[in-house]
Unconditional design. Sequence first.
Length: 50
Amino acid sequence: MERTAFPAAERITGFRYPGLRARDLDRSIAFYTTVLGMRVVWRMKSVRQG
């Protein structure tokens, strides 16, 4: 697969306030922090509704 370089104006340099839902939260956090280099700055505890 060939990679294409994007002009600087089209690169994503960051975003704010992502709200993520996941079935396996620990696995998702590991992906976003290890692979994408993000960091957890706040984590909300939710009440399960079933």
